[in-house]
Design a binder for this molecule. Structure first.
Ligand code: ADP
Length: 344
């Protein structure tokens, strides 16, 4: 026997009718006909009232709860919190509370899953990146120990190669430390007034040799007469400019041109770094700011890239509350642009 709402309503209505009749039998002057009418009417009225109450208050609300659970299972969190928990009905309130709580927990779980996946991938990438230069240096040194050291020419060549691998390792560890310190907030930005034109000139001087090796010319164009004052962390923005200009030289063509442009509007200085290199295929453009993402792996490693340069650039610019964009045309070149707040 199932406890359907109708059965419960009938049972309760029957008990009410019986107690009404039992009560009326003690009243003087009540005829049998009257008792029958009282029994029938109390049975019918109670039945419908109780049925209505059960349907309305219990079954309908419980059904809604089932629907909510179904929605949560389907990961449909489309109802906003504002529309919820307004009603005075305790069932509805409970239902809405459950919905909001589970939706929040589900979203947290998804976030944690993503972070966990990211952490796993990052760990795999870091170990792979560290392994490569360590194995290379180890190989050269062991070959030397095994006898190659006696040949002067081979000795010098292998030592130079081992040193190059270790330099790469050093650059990688420095980039990793910089990135992790920025992420954990260990390094705070020190905003100050700085001349972006001066910073760019310094970066050009620092990269002069690298540019000469590829016969690349470095040029600065600005529409601001005199110093270009911006409010930045000088050291970090110098790193941004170094990474971008160095990439433009590294991934540009031999005999290439790198042009840094500084243009002002009312509140900002717009910076762009343009090269006339081979460009970046469109399918890679959205991913080059990810850690260790390289368009051409062998070319990047051969040019001493750690694969973290653009990730660091993105981080530093985020801390300056600005974003970097990239535009590239195959065989024409690549332009990286961002803006910085002016300092008067
Ligand atoms: P890397 O240390 O390998 O240079 P980056 O994060 O600086 O790493 O750059 C990521 C990738 O983006 C590079 O490996 C390269 O393939 C591509 N890239 C960056 N800058 C340029 C550019 N100016 N022209 C063409 N490709 C570029």
């Amino acid at each position: 026997m199932s406890l359907s709402p109708r059965f419960i309503a009938f049972l309760l209505a029957f008990l009410i009718a019986v107690s009404t009749v039992a009560f009326l039998t003690f009243v003087e002057g009540v005829t049998k006909n009257m008792l029958f009418v009282a029994a029938a009417s109390s049975l019918v009225v109670s039945f419908f009232l109780i049925l209505f109450a059960i349907e309305l208050l219990v079954y309908r609300e419980v059904n809604k709860m089932y629907k909510t659970i179904h929605k949560l299972r389907m990961r449909d969190f489309s109802v906003s919190r504002k529309n919820l928990i307004k009603s005075n009905n305790p069932f509805k309130k409970l239902n809405d509370e459950i919905f909001v709580y589970v939706a929040k927990k589900q979203q947290e779980i998804e976030e944690l899953k993503k972070l966990e996946q990211f952490r796993r991938e990052f760990l795999a990438d870091v170990s792979h990146e560290l392994k490569t230069p360590v194995f290379a240096a180890q190989g050269f040194i062991h070959t030397l120990i095994d006898g190659a050291i006696d040949d002067e020419f081979v000795r010098d060549k292998f030592l130079a190669k081992a040193a190059k691998s270790l330099d790469g390792l050093d650059a990688l560890v420095k980039d990793l430390v910089a990135l992790s310190q920025m992420e954990t907030g260990e390094i705070r930005m020190h905003f100050e007034q700085a001349d972006l034109s001066h910073i760019t000139q310094e970066v050009f001087e620092q990269l002069e040799k690298t540019a000469q090796n590829r016969n690349t010319t470095l040029k600065l164009k600005t529409d601001v007469p005199g110093p270009v004052w911006v409010k930045v962390d000088t050291q970090r923005i110098t790193q941004v400019m170094t990474n971008l200009v160095e990439n433009a030289i590294k991934y540009g063509n031999d005999n290439g041109k790198v042009l840094v442009t500084l243009e002002e509007d009312r509140k900002h200085i717009h910076v762009s770094i343009r090269d006339n290199g081979p460009g970046i295929p469109p399918e890679h453009l959205s991913r080059i700011f990810e850690r260790f993402y390289r368009v051409d792996k062998s070319r990047s490693k051969e040019r001493g890239g750690t694969g973290l340069g653009l990730a660091i650039v993105k981080h530093i610019l985020n801390a300056h509350k600005t974003k970097i964009t990239v535009m590239s045309k195959l065989e024409k070149g690549t332009t990286f642009s961002f803006k910085l707040e002016k300092s008067e």
